[in-house]
Write a protein that binds this ligand. Structure first.
Ligand code: FSX
Ligand code: SF4
Ligand code: SF4
Length: 285
């Protein structure tokens, strides 16, 4: 709805239990370039104002922590919260903190709760934020949780869009943000049962794979580097929904199976525990 499009959309980007791979991936956006996304107009007439991002913001110390508080008060209901990484909740969240208040470290989970409650929408970027991911893998000593779990437990009704992937493709993030700016928040029909936009996560890897003819002819690679289908080497393409095989990564250079690695199912809620051992054939269901 262009008439309701804001001229400037404030964005707060928090990082929790993750590896920063999600940020690194998005910062490698090629079309549009990341400069276009965060400095220019991501869609005509709208500029994204990234006010807080642990890796790329210039500010530091109390001044930048104040930006978090000011945004949630002054732009209540008018900013987007991006959360990268899972949310550790063990021991009152003390394993991950963001800034201080009155000289005391503030747990990330507290920031997630207050900033989510006042945001127009939350984007859970990466598999850790979307479903727990590697950060919540067994035995999960910090009790890492997905963003949706935390919001549900706290009764916070702000809409959450999941953009899983370990790491997520830059197009999945930039495309989703552009779509929100142009057409509003995704409706129930726009996302799948795992809260992922169907525009990017609707096709089975196995149905679009360049090695599919090998599978159909029972020609399986026996070791990495062999030609053939990677099914017996642990490929999770038959149970993974994403457009990697057709979109390709790194500006169209290649993708996991194309470069000889089995798909590890990194966009799925069960990653990594449910797809382990990673290099063993999936158990038939
Ligand atoms: Fe997780 Fe993001 Fe995997 Fe890493 O921070 S989705 S571990 S790529 O980068 O959260
Ligand atoms: Fe399917 Fe994986 Fe084989 Fe491709 S390599 S055909 S995705 S099992
Ligand atoms: Fe993740 Fe599989 Fe896509 Fe690779 S091919 S990025 S493991 S979903």
């Amino acid at each position: 709805m262009p008439e309701t499009m804001p001229k400037e959309l404030p964005v707060i980007w928090l990082q929790g239990a993750g590896c920063t791979g999600c940020s690194v991936s998005v910062l490698n956006s090629v079309s549009p370039s990341i400069k276009n996304v965060i400095v220019d107009e991501v869609v005509p007439g709208t500029h994204i104002n990234v006010r807080f991002h642990p890796n790329i913001m210039a500010g530091s110390g109390d001044a930048i922590i104040k930006v978090l508080d000011d945004t949630q008060e002054q732009d209540k209901g008018g900013y987007v919260l991006v959360i990268e990484g899972a949310v550790p909740i063990a021991k009152d969240g003390k394993y991950c903190t963001v800034g201080e208040e009155n000289g005391k470290a503030v747990p990330m989970v507290s920031r997630v709760k207050s900033l989510s409650a006042n945001a127009v929408a939350v984007v859970a970027l990466g598999t850790c934020a979307s479903y727990g991911g590697i950060s919540a893998a067994s035995p999960n000593p910090a009790n890492c949780r997905s963003v949706s779990e935390v919001l549900k437990t706290e009764g916070i009704a702000t809409p959450v869009v999941n953009i899983p992937g370990c790491a997520p493709h830059p197009d999945w993030f930039v495309g989703t943000v552009a779509s929100i700016l142009l057409f509003g928040l995704p409706t129930a029909g726009d996302v799948d049962e795992n809260g992922r936009p169907k525009a990017f996560y609707n096709s089975l890897i196995h149905d679009n794979c360049q090695r599919r003819a090998y599978y159909d002819e029972n020609k399986f690679a026996k070791k990495l580097g062999d030609p053939g289908c990677l099914y017996e080497l642990g490929c999770k393409g038959p149970v993974t929904y994403a457009d990697c095989a057709t979109r390709l990564w790194n500006n169209g250079a290649n993708w996991c199976v194309g470069s000889g690695s089995p798909c590890l199912g990194c966009v799925e809620p069960g990653f990594p525990d449910m797809v382990s051992p990673m290099y063993e054939k999936i158990v038939e269901v």
